[in-house]
Design a protein around this ligand. Structure first.
Ligand SMILES: *Cc1c(COP(=O)(O)O)cnc(C)c1O
Length: 340
């Protein structure tokens, strides 16, 4: 048996999803003529109470386009030190937008209005102009921690007051919504733009959607073209996204339950030093000093269980729709043996 916990990006399309893709009506999306892409963009915009959407090949592209739309060169972007836009997009903020980045140490990837306010630059020529705040919900490096709408509200008000734009990297926003019970519809008015990934826990093979105002998305469409992200009969991919929204949101809580089962197993071992709180579908554990993450990963891999080493002694498990209860039982058995 292969149980792949390395990331929730490793999912394969389900038969139902493949069927939806097979039956998609498509056109040329660069001409804006692909009705399935248009339907996906409209569907997600409606869900989040925003005006328009733009289908892109990746979440890196939706984030980078948003930052490009919302900043000018010499501006500064505020985000958590662990955030994807800073750590995992290859320095794209500097490359694509010519902006500098102010990284803050939040609580497991989450910022507060106080922390942000203390890091807004004064208006004079010595400093880059603070222009944009990026939040990540859930926080990947934060171990799947989430913001509630109540947590975000004060940040929104600060941004209004200080005339800062606010972008949400919502790669796993539906995992957050599954736990908080907040409604997607109430997100739109808080953010200038939201990026939603379809290829993480939702299980689509490809794609992210950027949401924003009609004006912003028009500009974003131009930038997507410049970056080479204009796709043609992309409706086959968008159909997978629509199928994922219709069928896979309601099962995300199963992933969270499975993550807690893995966490329980790790926690009961004397070989595990520490484990981050498991709020959604990500488990990050710190192993005892005498166990290297690499050897732990290798040993589990011998039994078909794949997880990721995160530094010398940290390991990460991510649950997703490719992992069912049986696979969890199998993994729990071997993790126990490995860490007896
Ligand atoms: C995966 C991810 C993205 C987008 O990644 P792509 O691989 O470019 O689609 C963005 N933000 C976060 C937090 C992610 O986990």
């Amino acid at each position: 048996m292969i149980v792949d916990f390395r990331s929730d990006t490793v999912t394969q399309p389900t038969p139902g999803m493949l069927n939806a893709m097979f039956e998609a009506k498509t056109g040329d999306d660069v001409y804006h003529e692909d009705e399935t892409v248009n339907a996906l963009e409209e569907k997600l915009a409606n869900m989040f109470g925003m005006q328009a959407g733009l289908f892109c090949p990746s979440g890196t592209m939706t984030n980078q386009i948003a930052i490009k739309c919302l900043t000018h060169p010499l501006d500064e972007v505020i985000c958590d030190l662990s955030s994807h836009v800073y750590q995992y997009e290859g320095g794209g903020i500097a490359f694509n937008s010519g902006a500098s980045v102010r990284t803050l140490k939040g609580d497991r990837g989450r910022l507060t209005a106080e922390l942000i306010e203390a890091n807004i630059n004064p208006h004079n020529i010595h400093h880059p102009e603070t222009r944009l705040v990026v939040l990540e919900n859930t926080s990947n490096r934060g171990g799947g921690s989430f913001y509630t709408l109540d947590d975000i509200e004060p940040i929104y008000h600060l941004c209004q007051l200080k005339k800062l734009s606010l972008h949400l990297d919502g790669a796993r926003i539906f995992n957050a919504l599954a736990e908080t019970g907040d409604h997607a519809k109430n997100y739109g008015h808080l953010f200038d733009s939201i990026s939603v990934c379809l290829s993480k826990g939702l299980g689509a093979p490809v794609g992210s959607v950027l949401l924003g105002s009609i004006d912003m998305i028009q500009k974003a469409r131009r930038i997507r073209k410049v970056l080479g992200g204009g796709m043609r009969q992309a409706g086959y991919l968008a159909a997978a996204g629509i199928y994922a929204l219709d069928n896979h949101i309601k099962r995300l809580k199963d992933d969270h339950k499975h993550a807690r089962m893995i966490a329980e197993t790790l926690r009961s071992s004397a070989s595990v030093q520490n484990i981050l709180p498991v709020d959604t579908n990500i488990v990050i554990a710190e192993l005892d000093r005498h166990i290297s993450a690499e050897s732990f990963v290798d040993h589990l891999a011998d039994h078909g269980i794949k997880c990721a080493a995160f530094g010398n002694h940290m390991v990460r498990f991510v649950t997703h729709l490719g992992i069912d209860e049986n696979m969890i039982d199998y993994a729990v058995t071997w993790i126990k043996k490995e860490l007896h």
